[in-house]
Design a protein around this ligand. Structure first.
Ligand SMILES: [Zn+2]
Ligand SMILES: [Zn+2]
Length: 169
């Protein structure tokens, strides 16, 4: 995912727009609960302001996610607007050295930077819907698909013995 900033590099007030699309590897997500379903679409507006490049970006893609309650897979649409700062290493102030994307030449690969933005914005847990009933802890069925007859107050005999033992503790 490469962009070339030669067009905006030298002229204050100049701006350039990029529209990029690329496949990202699901392995990099390091979780089996999530994989990229579609390529990642990135739109960027890069503005030359005060000897640095101020970037307004939007990232869109779709994930295949596994619900943490019912274990069903579902499509999780992802859309993120973000701001970023890019600066040529030789012009970077101390603050920018730590936070900005540092450029050494006009062409820069932003894939890793975009991937970081995505990972930071992902939720901790994936739930297919707020109403997801999850799996029945007693019989294990997906309660969204099959209502079961295990009452909320019924305790599995295997666990009844355990809870009795615990209450004697
Ligand atoms: Zn679910
Ligand atoms: Zn049940």
């Amino acid at each position: 995912m490469k962009v070339n900033v030669a067009q905006v590099r030298y002229k204050e007030g100049e701006s350039v727009h990029f529209d990029l699309m690329e496949e990202f590897s699901s392995l990099d997500l390091e979780t089996e609960a999530l994989s990229f379903q579609t390529p990642v679409h990135v739109q960027l507006q890069v503005n030359n302001i005060n000897k640095m490049l101020l970037v307004y970006g939007n990232i869109q893609t779709e994930f295949k996610a596994t619900c943490g309650r019912c274990l069903a897979t579902y499509v999780y649409p992802f859309s993120l607007s973000f701001q970023d700062e890019w600066v040529f290493r030789t012009q970077a102030t101390e603050d920018l050295l730590e936070t900005a994307l540092l450029l050494d030449k006009d062409e820069v690969d932003i894939k890793e930077r975009i991937f970081e933005q995505i990972v930071l914005a992902l939720p901790m847990k994936f739930i297919c819907s707020a109403e997801c009933q999850g799996l029945c802890p007693t019989c294990g069925v997906n309660r969204n698909l099959t209502p079961c007859h295990c009452g909320e107050n019924d305790i599995n005999p295997r666990f009844a013995a355990l809870s009795k033992w615990q209450s004697n503790d």
